[in-house]
Design a protein around this ligand. Structure first.
Ligand code: PLP
Length: 472
């Protein structure tokens, strides 16, 4: 933007000359870009034509701009060996936690294959949404809970695929699990002081509750589900669970435990937060209906995400609130605006309405099952009886429990990093930060099966004794 300051002792034409020169040198005004006509720029800056003409003349004389007959002035091509280059973006500090690192073998459980994103269809839905809803971009979307049509499609989808029984009024579109939990935690902190979380369990909810001044109580989780005796003893009045695919161990909470958890919630005025994050991806056996569907009127907050099938970078997820929480939720957030962009929501709505979402799920399920089966084969081939797999048959990760003597998680992580292998430490899911036995969390969503196989071969070499496997 060009500005003139009448109080500056520098003449006006000189101020203009300096600003345009700086833009040419920094590359903000590209070579051959046309400058505004003298008359237009003078009008825009509320100054005389002489001022603009004076600046242009000086720029012309020094070669920063050239003129074409009856066309006006244009930016010259500068020799960037002598002209200062535009300032490059400041590089991130090397130790920044957000610095993306390119690993050759990325076993992080929250990765998707970049090629799996349905770009062409998404682009089409986005452009159609823009054409249809362009006028709405001029205002704030009214409903904090998110786009109504999207919520209607979600409601139908959740009922069909997850047995969730709710009305669109109960759905809130959020920008990820943490933001959804943050809304919930803020709502409940007056009436609830502590929350039980699974141990081992998904670590991110813990910090959300901590930040909202909750006492966070880890409760052991087993194949039979969360330890109900310890849950009752914990004094917590909220429990966060992943019953359909426990993170990280992959257990499915048996029906008897599900009913007991619901009973715990109903008997004591307690609340269950059911995180149903990746249930679309079940490869063997029947799909497991949600806890919410077993008792739709119970105190269960259901949460799901588009991150596991579509894209974690979209930051789109949803909550289904129990009816009893609707009025206090709306009262607390009545002055808030939605957090997910209207266009992304409309695009998602169109994507669902035209059947692309369910088609994409089917495609992802097939692709991910192939990767899952190939990973199990690789593990069998490279680890043999030195390790056992836990939690297979669903989702985007398995846990590998090492049976043979090994150097421990910290050493394995270091050796792996040296070979370009990225692992999320299993210990990060444990309340103590230590896992005891060496368990490896192996995500397979972000790699081809061939890459995963090579990564597993290298891992098998570095997990036992001295690190012998070579990365070629
Ligand atoms: C247990 C669990 N819940 C939820 C999510 C997704 O969260 P978000 O919707 O914030 O991407 C993940 C992602 O890895 C997860 O592991």
């Amino acid at each position: 933007m060009l500005t003139l300051n009448a109080n500056d002792i520098t003449p006006l034409y000189k101020q203009l000359y300096q600003q345009i020169r700086e833009q040419v040198l920094s590359g903000r005004l590209a070579a051959h870009a046309k400058l505004p006509s003298v008359r237009d720029l003078a009008a825009e800056l509320a100054t005389s034509r002489n001022t603009v003409e004076g600046a242009y003349q000086e720029l012309y004389a020094e070669g920063y701009i050239y003129s074409r007959e009856r066309s006006g002035y244009f930016v010259s091509v500068l020799d960037h060996d002598v002209a200062p280059l535009p300032a490059a973006p400041k590089p991130r500090a090397a130790d920044s936690a957000c610095t993306p690192v390119d690993y050759r073998y990325d076993f992080h459980p929250a990765r998707l294959d970049p090629a799996s994103f349905p770009s062409a269809i998404w682009r089409r839905c986005f452009i159609e949404s823009l054409q249809e809803h362009g006028r709405e971009l001029a205002g704030y979307p009214a409903d904090f809970q998110g786009d109504w049509e999207l919520r209607c499609h979600l409601q139908g989808y959740l009922e069909r695929s997850r047995g969730v029984i709710c009305e669109p009024e109960q759905i809130v579109i959020c920008s990820g699990l943490q933001q959804g939990l943050d809304l919930v935690a803020h709502l409940l902190k007056e009436s609830h002081g502590s929350v039980a979380v699974e141990d081992p369990g998904y670590p991110l909810p813990r910090s959300v509750f901590h930040n909202n001044q909750f006492r966070v109580v880890p409760v052991p989780v087993r194949a039979s589900g969360i330890d109900l005796v310890r849950l009752r003893e914990s004094g917590a009045s909220i429990v966060y669970v992943t019953p359909s695919h426990q993170l990280p161990l992959g257990y499915v909470m048996p029906i008897a435990s599900r009913l007991k958890v619901i009973e715990w919630a109903e008997a004591g005025g307690n609340l269950v937060i059911e995180d149903d994050y990746d249930s679309e991806l079940r490869y063997h056996g029947k799909p497991i209906p949600s806890l919410q569907g077993l008792r739709p009127d119970a105190n269960i907050i259901y949460t799901g995400t588009f991150s596991k099938i579509l894209s974690p970078a979209l930051r789109m997820s949803y909550l289904v609130l129990p009816r009893a929480l609707l009025a206090p939720f709306r009262a607390l957030y009545r002055d808030y605006f939605p957090t997910v962009s209207l266009l992304e929501q409309k695009t998602m709505e169109r994507f669902m309405a035209q059947g692309f979402w369910e088609r994409h799920i089917r495609r992802m399920r097939i692709t991910c099952q192939k990767k899952h089966d190939a990973l199990l084969n690789s593990i069998e081939r490279h680890f043999g009886n030195r390790a056992v797999v836990v939690g297979q048959g669903a989702g985007l990760h398995v846990v590998l429990q090492l049976l043979a003597e090994n150097p421990g998680e910290a050493e394995i992580m270091q050796r792996a990093a040296r070979q370009g292998i990225h692992l999320l430490p299993f210990s990060a899911t444990c309340a103590t930060g230590e896992s005891g036995a060496a368990n490896l969390l192996l995500g397979f969503g972000g790699m081809t099966s061939a890459e995963a196989d090579e990564g597993i071969r290298l891992l098998s070499g570095l997990c036992f004794g001295n690190s012998s496997a070579r990365a070629d």
